[in-house]
Design a protein around this ligand. Structure first.
Ligand SMILES: [Mn+2]
Length: 475
């Protein structure tokens, strides 16, 4: 790039979604977010990521909040800034594949309640699992006058993941009607000079804007952003400093300062960012004091780079081994993880494939015989229910784990009947808004508990007008 050509880098702020999901188990309540929204709205971010991922589950399960209500309140406050969410393709925000009618309706309601940009990913990078959500976004974009379908590729390393693989995917994403592409590096595996190669190659393959999302876990993230920006990336994901670094994103203020006075100058106001950081800093201290924020997740976890395994997956594995009094098997399992990953077609390791591969590796080591026992999820992957992997799965393992069973080669959701009507009939006694059926679809038990809680709260409010003389209170 010649020095005269200006290309301001755009910033997606993650404090209201990934930053607190990564550092404090997604426990930031809506009431804490709202007072700072007005100030955040003045910054001029490309977007604020604030919904989806684990926020939906955590709101209902732990915070006893209606996630739809959070979205509407944030939409009310952010008058100028685009709101962004993370969406797990055909799994929406849940843990099973849904029929297309549920995917469509969830996309529609996300947009109509306030989402602008939907970042859609699949743990196998099987684009067939993303097409319905992209189509739905494009459809409701026209209807609502708001919406942007971003397809995210889960970044990973391995023989199959060549520059040709990534550029080929970029072309396919453009063909499928997406508005932009994200490289989603959930484990912090993309190192700086590889970022130069990757972004250069992808920019030459597609005209779509490219956004880079990474985590600081392995310690290289801000250098990776620097090289990616020099190679032409359009948008980077950052977190305001009190909730940056560690397992979260690079700090917003640091990246803004890095590019100041260069052709990539973001133009964002450091004083305004400082005021926003001032708001979140005491909350960080509070989270450190109450244990919600563990100082362990703030450092550099170099094992992530050495073993190419996401940090969260390693800590799961350690606790699984501890439960079995088998901590001495740690290195055996570490060696087994890439073997299982190969057997299953070398998928990226991201929710849920990371848990499936990790758990199966633990089983293989502890049972003393590989695939003597296979989990329900391993079987489903081998049957093709999660989609197509980049490499073929091991025939030997298929024959051992699901002998004689039929394997699926079509898009799994093509086998599913529409299910909205059935879901609606199951939960109709609790329904207070259209969106409730979607909360129920994603988390049937958790949502039902929440609906009961909500009703009890509402009845408590009614209590003020209750017949106090007769003590006729709902308890
Ligand atoms: Mn992330």
């Amino acid at each position: 790039m010649s020095e005269q050509v200006k290309k301001p880098i755009k910033i997606t702020e993650t404090i209201l979604r990934d930053a607190h999901q990564s550092l404090i188990a997604t426990r930031m309540p809506t009431e804490f977010m709202l007072p700072i929204v007005d100030k955040m709205d003045q910054v001029g971010y490309h977007s604020v990521e604030c919904w989806g991922g684990a926020t939906f589950d955590a709101s209902l399960r732990f915070l006893k909040e209606d996630p739809w209500d959070r979205l509407r309140k944030l939409r009310d406050g952010f008058k100028n800034t685009k709101l962004q969410m993370l969406f797990r393709g055909q799994n929406i925000l849940g843990y099973r594949p849904y029929a297309d009618d549920v995917v469509d309706y969830f996309v529609q309601k996300s947009i109509s309640n306030g989402i602008d940009i939907i970042r859609i990913f699949d743990c196998l990078n099987d684009l067939r699992n993303l097409q319905e959500a992209v189509n739905a976004t494009n459809k409701f974009k026209v209807q609502e006058g708001r919406g942007h379908a971003q397809v995210a590729l889960s970044y990973t390393l391995g023989d199959a993941y060549t520059l040709e693989y990534w550029t080929d995917m970029a072309k396919k994403i453009e063909e499928m009607g997406a508005d932009s592409i994200c490289i989603k590096d959930m484990a912090g595996l993309l190192v700086p000079y590889k970022a130069t190669e990757l972004i250069t190659a992808m920019k030459s393959a597609t005209k779509l804007p490219i956004q880079l999302h990474t985590h600081y876990t392995s310690g290289v993230a801000s250098m990776t952003y620097l090289k990616a920006v020099e190679a032409g990336v359009d948008v980077i994901d950052t977190a305001i400093s009190p909730f940056a670094m560690g397992t979260s994103q690079p700090a917003t203020e640091v990246m803004v300062e890095t590019f100041r006075g260069t052709p990539y100058d973001t133009g964002l106001d450091q004083n305004l960012l400082a005021e926003i950081a001032d708001y979140f800093r005491p909350y960080r201290d509070e989270c450190l004091a109450n244990g919600l924020l563990n100082p362990k997740v703030m450092g550099v976890d170099i094992k992530t780079l050495l073993y190419q395994v996401p940090g969260g997956m390693l800590s799961n594995m350690v606790s699984q081994l501890k439960e079995q009094n088998a901590e001495d098997k740690y290195y055996d399992v570490l060696k087994e993880i890439p073997r299982v990953r190969k057997d299953l077609g070398e998928p990226p390791l991201v929710t849920p494939s990371s848990q499936i591969v990790g758990t199966q590796a633990v089983f293989n080591v502890l049972m003393g015989e590989r695939y003597k026992m296979a989990t329900k999820e391993t079987k489903a992957v081998l049957r093709g229910e999660y989609g197509q992997t980049v490499k073929p799965m091991s025939q030997e393992v298929i024959d051992k784990v699901i002998p004689g069973e039929e394997r699926i080669t079509c898009r799994y959701a093509d086998l599913l009947d529409n299910e909205l009507d059935k879901l609606e009939s199951e939960m109709k006694e609790w329904k207070q808004q259209d969106e409730d059926v979607l909360s129920y679809a994603l988390f049937p038990q958790v949502a039902t508990e929440f609906f009961k809680y909500r009703q009890a709260q509402q009845e408590k409010v009614d209590m003020t007008q209750a017949d106090t003389k007769n003590g006729a209170y709902p308890v």
